[in-house]
Design a protein. Structure first.
Length: 335
């Protein structure tokens, strides 16, 4: 487990990509819209797959690979960019496409021009690509080669690191421009891009919701893949604890210490210990979220408070009310 900056990366993209306002789209949509221009990543024909390739290629070279094996459809941007990237690193490339052989046009033709060997599955089922990628890699090993096999879209934990890094890049741009978006929308296919942005969101807590629109897989399958790949990416870089998690750990330890002290003194802890704990923990959480600049806005008070801060205020008021109630009950009855 290591940090993001310690993970090997092969520079391919021209970064950072611009963050641009879309005034006419905003007027049509009735909401302010900005575009993160990852069509301008600058390698080949650009696009989001370049970011993931930077980490996939570096990992392939780390293993001593001499041939990259991956695939997609005949017009797959990922497959074409993988072929171009492999050529820049002196690696051979085998691409697997679903379906039957077709004339080389578009991305298919560009991949062949880059020196890639194309194999077709003969099956219109897209999922057949990943199976045949594994078979091709096994055949190459038997021939004494050192293949590096990666599924469609580079949708693995290592590939998703490209968009963990993109999330960090975007956070810096949002900070400099003062933008506080509520949502980040993207197309979700192989799920690697979505997973990387979700992992970055969990790490950085930028305040926006990541919303994917599936373009090929059932939504339930996408949700499972995004969760799994994001977990893999987070495990690779050792996503750090956020301050509120450290606070919660400290509060739990303090409460356990107080309860242990009361038990050793032979005093049964009453409910006031719990209410004091809830008040202090909620107050500290509200303060640390204000310090962090949490932008997950609440539904009340004009969005002045975050949802977590509103819940903390409710918990504080409830705790105070219960302590007062306990004090009133404890008063001796009037003579």
């Amino acid at each position: 487990m290591t940090g993001l900056l310690d993970v090997p990366r092969v520079p391919l993209a021209t970064l950072p990509t611009p963050l641009q306002a879309a005034p006419r789209l905003s007027a049509a949509a009735g909401a302010e819209v900005w575009l993160k221009r990852d069509d301008l990543t600058g390698f080949g024909l650009g696009g989001n797959k370049v970011r993931g390739l930077e980490y996939v290629l570096a990992d392939a070279e780390r293993t001593g690979c001499d041939v990259l094996v991956t695939g997609g459809g005949p017009q797959s941007n990922w497959a074409m960019l993988a072929a171009l990237a492999a050529r820049t690193r002196g690696l051979d490339c085998v691409l697997v496409s679903f379906g039957r052989p077709v004339p080389p046009v578009g991305n298919h033709a560009l991949a062949e021009l880059a020196g890639a060997t194309l194999r077709f599955t003969g099956d219109d089922d897209r999922s057949a690509v990943d199976r045949v990628v594994g078979e091709v890699a096994a055949d190459l090993r038997a021939q004494g080669r050192t293949p590096y096999a990666v599924g469609r879209g580079g949708a693995t934990g290592i590939g998703a690191l490209g968009y963990v890094a993109a999330g960090l890049e975007l956070a810096g741009q949002l900070h400099r421009t003062g933008l506080r978006p509520a949502q980040l929308w993207l197309a979700t296919g192989s799920c690697g891009t979505h997973a990387g942005l979700s992992a970055a969101q969990a790490w950085l807590r930028p305040g926006y919701e990541v919303v994917g629109v599936t373009v090929s897989r059932p939504a339930a399958e996408c949700r499972e893949r995004v969760r799994r790949i994001a977990d893999e990416a987070a495990a690779l870089i050792g996503t750090p604890l956020v301050p509120t998690q450290l606070l919660e750990m400290g509060a739990d330890i303090a409460l356990a210490a107080v309860l242990t002290w009361l038990w050793r003194r032979g005093k049964a802890p009453d409910g006031s210990v719990f209410w004091w704990y809830m008040i202090l923990y909620s107050a500290a959480r509200a303060v640390i979220e204000h310090w962090r600049g949490d932008t997950i806005r609440g539904l009340w008070f004009g969005g002045a408070l975050s949802t977590s801060q509103i819940l903390s205020a409710v918990a504080i008021l409830l705790g105070i009310a219960m302590l007062v109630r306990g004090r009133i009950r404890a008063r001796p009855a009037a003579a």
